[in-house]
Write a protein that binds this ligand. Sequence first.
Ligand code: ADP
Ligand code: MG
Ligand code: MG
Length: 211
Amino acid sequence: MGLDITWAVDWVRLSADVIAEHRIELITLDREIGDGDHGENMDRGFQAVLPKLDDLPAGSTPGDVLKLVATTLISTVGGAAGPLYGTAYLKGAVAAGSAASLDGPAIAAVLAAARDGIVLRGKAESGDKTMIDAWTPAVDAAEAAASNGSDAAAVLAAASDAAWAGAEATEPLVARKGRASYLGERSAGHRDPGAQSTALLLQAASDAASA
Ligand code: ADP
Ligand code: MG
Ligand code: MG
C-alpha cells in the first residue's frame, strides 16, 4: 500500500515528538564533539512546522508536506544542520512530485534524493562522521528492499534499521567534516549527533507508516 498525505503529516508530528523527547541527548552528543546546539536547533525547527500543518490546503500531497518542512527548517534551524536537512527535504519533495501516494520504489527515490541533496550541499563522503553515515546505509537498504518488491512501509523499516546501524558505526570514526573535524582524533569515541537525529527521523517515518 502506498503512503499518502496522512502518513506525511504523521511523520512530521512523530518527528517533532521524537526530537523533543531526545533534545537533551542530541545536545549532549553535540557537546562532546561540537558546540552543543544540535538538539536545540532541531527541536526549534520541528516545533515551528507543527502549527503550519493545520494550514495545508485540502488536496495537499506528501511532496507539499516535505516542501513545508524544508522551508521551515531552512528559516529556523540555522547552523550546519538547518541548510543540510532543508536541502534534504526540498530534494525529497521534488522526487515525490505531485503524487498523492508513494509506493516502495517512490519512497526509496525520495530518500535517495534527500541524501544526494545533503551530499551536494555539504560535500561529505561516507566515513566522514556526519549524518551521511546514517543516510547512505538507509538509502542502500531502502533501494534493496524496494527492488525486492517490499511495500513502502517495509522500505522505511529497512531504512530505519540501517540508519540506526549507521549512526552507531560513527562512534569510532574521526570526523572529517563539520565542527567535529576541528577535534581531529579526539572526535573518535563519540556518536555523531546528526547521524543520530537522522536515525530518529527515519524511525519516525517508519513508525508513521506502520501506525
Ligand atoms: P553546527 O555544527 O553548525 O552547530 P548542528 O550542531 O545543528 O550544526 O549540526 C551538526 C551536524 O551536522 C553534525 O553532527 C553532522 O552530522 C552534520 N554535518 C556537519 N557538517 C556536515 C557536512 N558537511 N555534511 C553532512 N553533514 C554535516
Ligand atoms: Mg552544533
Ligand atoms: Mg551551532
